[in-house]
Design a protein around this ligand. Structure first.
Ligand code: ZN
Ligand code: ZN
Length: 426
């Protein structure tokens, strides 16, 4: 049995940070009119396989397919289901069903994705996916790129920078592919076998190779920038100009490659500083040809992903999570079994007034109750005792002011609201 890595299990000490992160992301997306969609974690294996391997050569497709987790059935048969490795394919299928002429759809999704990594070990990772479908204009591309930058900035990652490249269109990339393959053959001895094979199959592949000689040989080879047709060149210039005008820092990185073969024209990465180097925290590009391949409908599209695990880790390290103010809360206890019903009724009345409570479930001495209430950072404590109830009152202790008073049974809410006001927790 393979070990599963990167399992997403967060206890309450981290959940508030995740919620804050997700809320901030959702706020920015909502301002730009992006609608959230919730994709099923279980997906049709055939559909995902077709989408991921679309526009890939045979070797590359086989390798990409290895990363998809295929669920097996108890009888050992191969299942028709997979755990979702990405969201773009489902979004395209969904959009193809609803899109009408000249419609533009803006969608996003957040959640766990699953893939097999090194040595076929399954892994879980959290991703935000943002897709704009139905437009091939330069403005749509810039909206999406700017949105990614904006989200990072809003999360406090002020050093976010863009890396840009263009993969050209179906017309201009043909000559580049041809020249690249000729070049690779001529320089085969200068490259490791893996780089040669990957790049020969897909000249835009990210080989992930750290070999200096490979990098040198690839760096001296043909560059797509020199092959762009007038239209692709014009569009790429526009993207650079608009991003510069928006004061988004960018560099053109001719080595920015993507493993998915479906991208065309503008591709981009979002990078931040890390240990004197750069860390990629997300990226994306235009994928105008994918929909036609897998849905039969022509839907030009552009999108990006953000690696939420990386972003969470960076924000945590940089101490960018500021705890939200604590809710005002009241600790309630009784030492009498006969008064437990009254305790629950008082709690109910408090909840109806949106006041948070913490109920003592065991019999404690006053000293123990004070210690428990203080530990839970409750502001007030109510103690319900027989002798007081008989006189129509209960004890209210103000834990932050170390002061106590008896309050009337028919005036509990008023007394608590007054005390809350004096603590400025309204
Ligand atoms: Zn072109
Ligand atoms: Zn190499």
């Amino acid at each position: 049995m393979n070990r599963v890595v990167g399992i997403h299990q967060f206890m309450s000490d981290k959940v508030w940070k995740w919620k804050l992160l997700e809320q901030k992301v959702a706020q920015v997306l909502s301002l730009h009119d992006y609608q959230e969609i919730r994709l099923s974690v279980l997906q049709d294996y055939g559909v995902i396989h077709e989408g991921i391997t679309a526009l890939m050569q045979e070797d590359e497709a086989a390798e990409a397919a290895e990363g998809i987790i295929n669920l097996s059935q108890p009888n050992g048969d191969v299942s028709l289901l997979t755990l979702r490795p990405e969201g773009t394919i489902s979004v395209l299928h969904h959009t193809a069903k609803i899109i009408k002429d000249r419609d533009v759809h803006r969608f996003y999704y957040m959640g766990p994705m699953f893939r097999k990594g090194k040595e076929s070990i399954p892994s879980e990772f959290h991703q935000l996916g943002v897709e704009m479908l139905g437009s091939d204009s330069v403005i749509s591309e810039n909206e999406v790129i700017s949105l990614g930058v904006k989200i990072c900035q809003q999360l406090g990652l002020k050093d976010v920078k863009l890396q840009l490249n263009s993969f050209g269109c179906q017309d201009c990339r043909v000559q580049f592919f041809e020249d690249m393959r000729t070049y690779l053959k001529e320089h085969e001895t200068e490259l490791c076998a893996a780089c040669f094979k990957k790049l020969y199959t897909n000249p835009f592949a990210d080989t992930g190779c750290k070999d200096v000689q490979c990098a040198k040989a690839i760096g001296e080879g043909p560059k797509i920038m020199d092959y762009l047709c007038p239209n692709c060149r014009k569009n790429f210039s526009k993207v650079k100009k608009i991003q510069a005008n928006l004061a988004h820092q960018y560099t053109v990185n001719p080595k920015l490659f993507k493993n998915f073969a479906y991208y065309n024209e503008t591709v981009f990465d979002f990078v931040i500083q890390k240990n004197g180097g750069e860390q990629v925290i997300g990226g994306g590009g235009r994928y105008d040809y994918l929909s036609r391949m897998i849905t039969g409908k022509n839907i030009p599209a552009v999108g990006f992903y953000l690696n939420m695990d990386s972003i969470f880790e960076v924000m945590d390290r940089r101490e960018l999570f500021t705890p939200l103010g604590k809710d005002f809360s009241v600790y309630i206890s009784t030492q009498s079994e006969d008064l437990e019903m009254m305790l629950l009724q008082i709690a109910q009345e408090l909840h109806e007034n949106n006041i948070k409570t913490l109920l003592s479930t065991e019999k404690h001495s006053i000293t123990e109750d004070v210690a428990l209430a203080s530990k839970a950072k409750c502001e007030l404590m109510l103690v319900i005792r027989d002798e007081n109830v008989r006189e129509g009152k209960i004890l209210m202790r103000n834990l932050s002011k170390e002061h106590q008073d008896y309050i009337k049974l028919d005036g509990i809410i008023d007394a608590i609201l007054l005390a809350r006001k004096s603590l400025n927790k309204d």
